[in-house]
Design a protein around this ligand. Sequence first.
Ligand SMILES: Nc1ncnc2c1ncn2[C@@H]1O[C@H](COP(=O)(O)OP(=O)(O)OP(=O)(O)O)[C@@H](O)[C@H]1O
Ligand SMILES: CC(C)(CO)[C@@H](O)C(=O)[O-]
Ligand code: BAL
Length: 296
Amino acid sequence: MSAMASSRFDVLIQRSVKAFRSKRLALPPNSSVGFVPTMGALHEGHLSLVKEAKAKNDIVISSIFVNPTQFGPNEDLDRYPQQLQEDASMLEDLGVDLIFAPDRDEMYLENHTTFVTPEVFEMTAEGKARPGFFTGVATVVTKLFNVVQPTNAYFGQKDAVQCCVIKRIVKDLNIPTNVVIMPTVRESDGLAMSSRNAYLTVEERSVAPVVFKSLLAGEQVWLDGGRVANKEQIVAEVEKVLKEEPMMTEIEYVSVDSNINMLPIDSVDADGCCLSLAVKCGEVRLIDNIVFGVAR
Ligand SMILES: Nc1ncnc2c1ncn2[C@@H]1O[C@H](COP(=O)(O)OP(=O)(O)OP(=O)(O)O)[C@@H](O)[C@H]1O
Ligand SMILES: CC(C)(CO)[C@@H](O)C(=O)[O-]
Ligand code: BAL
């Protein structure tokens, strides 16, 4: 993250835990605090979380931090999009009260050794695809919660397993924060908004909506079967639709799981499921999911 040598956002953005804490302590006592953690490069998906936080809380705080511990060795940590000034401007326009945007060294002191590992979620399809990812997420979110001390924290359904992980750490570690999950915001052609969509070429972007279309085709199998279907039928339909698009170069997984905890289920009855996938569109990894049946 580039150094912020004196900008008009100096009051809004706090870069150290110490400075942030003194601002946090100065907030009116008993104010409800809504918190939206992000990695920046904000889009309407993030902003939907901020708007909800604004509507339901006295104070809104957002964080912008590209968390190194959740990136695998061959992932995009060093080229993850960064645009702190633009992000701060968008958050200011929405009435965000404070932004916590620490440097890596501020969040992870030398010899940092304590990690939060939500082991069971390593068994999810996304957990298997990104070993260590959920340990990185759980660790940084625990740290952020300890710094920010939010009343309510807002996360997007697009990252379905992440939502389950956060709910679980809050429960397991007695963190006094209410976790709110918001629906996935999509482009008009159905593509789930994501900061990494910026990596797509024009051609890739034009075919990327097939991801959402394939999920809907999977749901249709379930609907056509009278809201009962075996997982294999659903997965086969999703894969068929994806394979019709040559620019979808690799299907990492298509998975049908419990819509409560994202762990595998045997069959998909009227209680529904979460149908999720990860694919490579060219070199860009896209994830998406839909829930059918009972809402999460
Ligand atoms: N399309 C979306 N709709 C709703 N929430 C979203 C959407 N995209 C991201 N979020 C949520 O915003 C929060 C911050 O996510 P993050 O900064 O990683 O953005 P991202 O677009 O998911 O990035 P990436 O492309 O790296 O996955 C998370 O809770 C995430 O689930
Ligand atoms: C929750 C989060 C901010 C933790 O780094 C990140 O995983 C994200 O942006 O979804
Ligand atoms: N939105 C989840 C963050 C990540 O993929 O690293």
